[in-house]
Design a protein around this ligand. Structure first.
Ligand code: PRP
Length: 176
């Protein structure tokens, strides 16, 4: 049996400080605008909850859930919406909230799908950015932390649906 070890990467205090900074920037940038935050389930749920509570402007929220198919990979590029928006976004200012950008395939496809509905803007706020793994050009407008190519869990991020509840972000070592 393979043992798993958790190594602290970002403490809850460090996360809290960074999320407050992002919330402040977003509040300044979207002041007076009609902002809709679109969270990507499941991983973004904790980040999004903290982000909106740190903001000083009103916003609305909605969620999508996506699934990737093909070749046993979670990032095959064949990305489909399994839970769609419930809010019309035509003419709205949309800010996608993600827990992590890896290859960029998920977000790139989601942005294309949302743009078909003619929002006035679509931008991205990602808690973590694993730039080394990018397979398509994708630059998030707001990034919490750039991280190395390690498997991270906690603060909403999972391994086989475990560890989402951890308040810190940890590197998962020695996975089978
Ligand atoms: C993760 C993450 C992003 C996507 C990033 O979702 O939340 O949506 O993968 O990968 P990419 O940049 O390579 O496309 P996951 O499929 O693990 O689902 P979850 O959010 O439910 O954990």
């Amino acid at each position: 049996m393979t043992e798993t070890k958790l190594e602290l990467l970002f403490s809850r205090e460090k996360i809290d400080g960074r999320v407050r900074e992002l919330a402040g920037r977003i509040s300044r940038d979207y002041e007076g605008r009609d902002l809709l935050l679109v969270g990507v389930l499941k991983g973004a749920f904790i980040f999004m909850a903290d982000l909106i509570r740190g903001m000083s402007i009103p916003c609305r929220v909605d969620f999508v859930r996506l699934a990737s198919y093909g070749a046993g990979s979670r990032s095959s590029g064949d990305v489909r919406i399994t839970k769609d928006l419930e809010t019309p976004i035509a003419g709205r200012e949309v800010l996608i909230v993600e827990d992590i950008v890896d290859t960029g395939l998920t977000l790139s496809r989601l942005i294309d799908l949302l743009r078909e509905q003619k929002p006035s803007s679509v931008r991205v706020c990602a808690f973590l950015d694993k730039q080394q793994r990018r397979r398509v050009p994708l630059t998030a407008d707001y990034v919490g932390f750039a991280i190395p190519d390690a498997f991270v869990v906690g603060y909403g991020l999972d391994f086989n649906e475990n560890f989402r509840f951890l308040p810190d972000v940890c590197i998962l070592k020695d996975i089978a």
